[in-house]
Design a protein around this ligand. Structure first.
Ligand code: CA
Length: 226
């Protein structure tokens, strides 16, 4: 699942991004309101976390702009000001929840999970399945044939990406930009290594094999991968 964070305070932004990535989310971080609104309008996010006091456009304006663009993802506001008028204004604009700074990361993560659960329209949005493999997107758990499989955050994100594009060959460059937030460099074998580890965990000892390498192109997940 993908989260947009708009926070101008460098330490808070980095801390949020790191914590959310470690919890298994894909995170884009914008450090001002204009960049945040641009990402919010054009990207496909499951949730946005917006600071209120931001340079260029404030959090309210970012939220209003995203709603105008038809983006209806849940929005969590971070505010240093614990004031009633802020809450009312935010609710009128369509904010879903608030957190007053400073906050504990565990509290933020709990709010994020609640919002994602509320925001997802059906069970399918929380759980993905192919053959006997199941992903629980909220709890970040994977089972195959009912057996729990422990994945790292990156492995989970990689598996989720492959599953969302089931049957499509995903080029390494796309995987690199989506999961590692980097431009693809053909000298690096970080993706090959990650795919190999993922397969060892979820395909070794199971049938059918779900992930297939398409030589010179990339990887595909399908239930007749052979
Ligand atoms: Ca701020």
């Amino acid at each position: 699942m993908k989260i947009l964070v708009v926070e101008d305070e460098p330490k808070t932004g980095d801390y949020l991004r790191q914590g959310l990535v470690e919890a298994g989310f894909v995170v884009d971080l914008a450090r001002n309101g204009v960049d945040g609104l641009h990402l919010g309008e054009t990207g496909d996010y499951d949730l946005a976390i917006l600071d209120v006091m931001l340079p260029r456009l404030d959090g309210w304006q970012v939220l209003a702009g995203m709603r105008r663009a038809g983006r209806d993802m849940p929005v969590l506001f971070l505010t240093a000001r614990d004031q009633v008028e802020d809450r009312v204004k935010g609710l009128e604009l369509g904010a879903d929840d608030y957190l007053v700074k400073p906050f504990a990361f565990a509290e933020l993560l709990a709010r994020v999970r609640t919002l994602l659960r509320r925001g997802s329209r059906s069970k399918e949005a929380e759980q993905m399945r192919v053959a006997d493999l199941e992903l629980d997107l909220l709890r970040r758990r994977v089972t195959r044939g009912g057996q729990r499989i422990d994945l790292t955050a990156k492995e989970f994100a990689l598996l989720e990406l492959l599953l969302r594009h089931r049957g499509e060959v995903l080029p390494r460059s796309l995987i690199a930009s989506q999961i590692w937030d980097m431009n693809f460099d053909s000298d690096t074998n970080v993706i090959e290594v990650a795919v190999r580890r993922l397969r060892a965990k979820m395909d070794d000892g199971f049938e059918p094999k779900l992930i297939r390498t398409v030589r010179g192109m990339g990887y595909v997940l399908e239930d007749d991968a052979g």
